[in-house]
Design a protein around this ligand. Sequence first.
Ligand code: GLU
Length: 449
Amino acid sequence: MPIDRVTVRFAPSPTGKLHVGNVRAALFNYLFVRKAGGAYLLRLDDTDLDRSTAEFAQGIETDLAWLGIRHDLFARQSDRIAAYEAAADRLKASGRLYPCYETAAELTRKRNRQLAQKKPPVYDRAALKLTDEEKRALEAEGRKPHWRFLLADEDTRFVDLIHGETRIDPHSLSDPVLIREDGRFLYTLPSVVDDIEFAITHVIRGADHVTNTGVQVQLARALGAEPPVYAHFSLLQSVDGRPLSKREDADFSLEALRNAGYEPMALNSLLARLGTTDAIEPRQTLEELAAGFDISHLGRADIRFDPADLDKINAAFLHMLPYEAVMGRLGAMKCDLGRDFWEAVKPNLARFADVKDWARIVEGPVAPSIEDAAFAAEAADALPAEPWGPETWGLWTNAVKEKSGRKGKALFMPLRLALTGLEHGPELKNLLPLIGRKRADARLRGLSS
Ligand code: GLU
């Protein structure tokens, strides 16, 4: 099929929060389409009205906006029921959608019998043999049909950009139920109808959908359409190798990560490359990530998500940001102390909000920590006159060293503790000119300043 315009979709069900696992589909689709040029559809798969909520839908949009993932098209499946009904009517007319009357208990009994006989628990298509009269009798009993798609008895092949050409043997599958007895559509038919009607060219999603794909390819063809190209990526697991779960891994929801102060581009940078053969490096924009993104570099092996990797890339991301990129944020936090301040403190940031602590260390008040008051006072006396610059620290500490005979840690640690109240922090060479003579003098004399 000639592709006029690449169109992809991210199709979350608004039945829960986005987390590091399921947001990868959003990101990969976005990077793919930005690189290829084309359209990105955000589709809310909300046919499960019992579990879908407006809050979850809103949460998904908030999370995507936070990551910078913008959509060109938007659809909500609950608005499109008429299209699914029209497709179901066509399938009924062509004999590919047939009514079944078994109750859940009857189906379970059948399955258990098959399992006991060591047969695959595939639906036996008993309903296909019902006469019209039998169907009427069942309906007169008050039974309502559910509807199954009649799978064609043929190998189903599709192109997968990660796994190569893939084959699904339909004999291993039950004819899938497309419509429940209460008339509601399950996920499969709406998904295929939408993929056709929105002219989706590439379906990029988790490997948990590979088996569905066999059914969806057949369904697309039964509706007279050529299926899209697929790419099924391996799922993320926890560090100890279990599937990520909403309950146990609540800390990995995007909302939780946002509240924990991670940078969206740090998360994007990690997720875009985790499980690929490419290096994981912080990038400032999704465009840069898209330029280096190649879906065929995604491997088939399991991938572990280690929050320590996120901490690492978050810090690396902050450390590379130029002052211009953060001025606005510093201003909004009321701690824009200028370019030199940002350059001085950024190597010490794990989270952006840490910058507030360093602004307070510069501006005060700092409660100095002083063990040897005589030494600290001697150091205060040796402070040079302003103006101060990057050379001031060296000049001053050399003078203090000569006067006191101290060197190394015995020289520097008491100065750091007096000036900042802390044992660790940014290089004092950079911090001292920002603290300035007045505050440095007071702190060395044991005064909070
Ligand atoms: N709503 C489905 C899900 O969230 C969409 C899967 C797909 O077709 O991409 O798993």
